[in-house]
Design a protein around this ligand. Structure first.
Ligand code: C2E
Ligand code: MG
Ligand code: MG
Ligand code: MG
Length: 286
């Protein structure tokens, strides 16, 4: 498989299990070096209003340009970075870079994925504050995307951390909603502003009869609780049409825009200012 992908991607999962530990150790070393050498970079995938017409914000997605192996997917190296702890310095760099970048976007927000391991870091909230203060980004323009992973270990601590983050003024999103053990009580007890419907439901919308009622139920829940709903992984016009008809608040996916380099986003916003919608709304009135 790694051959088939050529220079583009390297999959260490394809390697014989016997070598796996050695390979992981090597990857860890490589990751540490790459972090120091600046071989990680961010792409930003625009998020659009319900009709897919205006950009409201963009999600930062980390990429690893490995000197020999080419581009490695975050789906491969994030889990390893979580195991070896490098997600903490990497995550700090991601958040700072994303915030700095968004200060050039004149009112378009940025969202950053936060790993449960970063969330465990006792300094996390202070780091968010410092990052906003040092980059000068308006707190409401930073959205943190977390998965239910943060809620599983110590739910009480997670609630109090999320509440502290709300006080800082950032926006909170529950990512990949509907997968894993996402529970309805999370939405009642945790101060989320946004739910992101997992791509698996969205991609089934034009393929499986059962997908639409599930998406509608999530949308209804969001509406009832005053939580904005974003659909991720929108790839077809049909999916978009269904989501628009069902009053989804925001859409994101390859149909609308692929993840782009920071300069491309800036160009897009400059060349087509009508694409941008500034001052994204906070928690909807319920
Ligand atoms: P995620 O946060 O759910 O991000 C969405 C993923 O779906 C991204 O993959 C994005 O490129 C991809 N995607 C967006 N639209 C479409 C579409 O229309 N079709 C398809 N097939 N895919 C689409 P990516 O960049 O490979 O990231 C995968 C996962 O890795 C992310 O899922 C997130 O969990 C994690 N990740 C990425 N960047 C970061 C980061 O900076 N920090 C942390 N902690 N995790 C990250
Ligand atoms: Mg995300
Ligand atoms: Mg997601
Ligand atoms: Mg995901």
């Amino acid at each position: 498989r790694s051959k088939e992908n050529g220079r583009g991607q390297f999959s260490f999962f394809s390697i014989d299990m016997n070598c796996k530990v050695a390979v992981q150790r090597q990857m860890t070393e490589g990751m540490r070096n790459s972090l120091a050498a600046g071989e990680f970079y961010l792409e930003y995938q625009p998020r659009f209003d319900a009709r897919g017409r205006h950009i409201r914000s963009a999600e930062a997605l980390v990429r690893w340009a490995h000197p020999e192996r080419g581009r490695i997917s975050p789906a491969e190296f994030i889990p390893l970075a979580e195991q070896n702890g490098l997600i903490v310095p990497l995550g700090d760099w991601i958040m700072r870079t994303a915030c700095e970048t968004a200060t050039h976007w004149h009112g378009i927000g940025v969202s950053v994925n936060v790993s449960p391991v970063q969330f465990r870091d006792a300094d996390f909230v202070q780091k968010v504050r410092d990052c906003l203060e040092e980059t000068g980004l308006e707190p409401s323009l930073l959205e943190l995307e977390v998965t239910e992973g943060i809620l599983l270990e110590d739910a009480d601590r997670a609630i109090s951390l999320l509440k502290e983050l709300k006080k800082v003024g950032v926006t909170l999103a529950m990512d990949d909603f509907g997968t894993g053990y996402s529970s309805l009580s999370y939405l009642r007890n945790f101060p989320f502003d946004v739910i992101k419907i997992d791509r698996s439901f969205v991609s089934d919308l034009d393929r499986k009869e059962s997908a639409r009622p599930i998406v509608q139920a999530i949308l209804g829940l969001g509406r009832a609780l005053g939580i904005s709903v974003t659909a991720e992984g929108v790839e077809t016009n049909e999916q978009l049409a269904i989501l628009t008809a069902d009053h989804c608040n925001e859409v994101q996916g390859f149909l609308l825009a692929r993840p782009l380099r920071a300069e491309q986003v800036a160009e897009l916003l400059q060349e087509m200012p009508e694409l941008a919608v500034r001052n994204r709304p906070q928690r909807l009135a319920s």
